[in-house]
Write a protein of this length. Structure first.
Length: 154
């Protein structure tokens, strides 16, 4: 998906179409070469998302590249440095539409420094075996991404 992807809801409501803001996330696996488990993050805030599981990451700031934003977010949220693998693309493009105004780019990643801890926005981190990933209560927009990750790491 390109930066020109527009907010269909705004256009349908008679408003000006706006680009979807890019969010970046990491599917942190135990090994980029032979992944068997993934580090999953359980939201602690805001209240309506608390208890749901997600891929760690966040929004790209205007002055950042997507890769720099992902490294920053993982350091802030988990206290780790990672080596990035390949992007896990959506059907038809690199980015996943996750909300009317957001799109997400997801990389496979492996921790290279630090011990993952829930520093911001998360109450729990858990290593989950690949075959058990769908057992977690994921944020709804993350569900198709998790299925794609399971296929990509099979």
């Amino acid at each position: 998906m390109s930066d020109a992807v527009t907010d269909a809801a705004a256009a349908d409501a008679g408003g000006a179409a706006r680009p979807r803001r890019l969010v970046v996330a990491a599917a942190i696996v135990d090994s980029l070469d032979r992944p068997t488990s993934m580090l999953c993050a359980q939201r602690s805030a805001p209240a309506h998302l608390a208890g749901k599981w997600e891929l760690p990451g966040g929004k790209v700031e205007p002055d950042e590249t997507p890769v720099a934003a992902l490294h920053r977010e993982l350091a802030e949220e988990l206290g780790v440095e990672v080596r990035l693998g390949r992007v896990v693309p959506a059907d038809g493009g690199a980015d996943w539409p996750i909300l009317d105004h957001l799109r997400m780019r997801v990389w496979l990643a492996e921790i290279t420094a630090g011990a993952a801890a829930p520093l911001q926005d998360h109450g729990e981190l858990r290593w989950v075996e690949r075959d058990a990933l769908e057992d977690l209560d994921w944020l709804e927009p993350d569900r198709p991404i998790v299925r794609a990750l399971m296929d990509a790491t099979a």
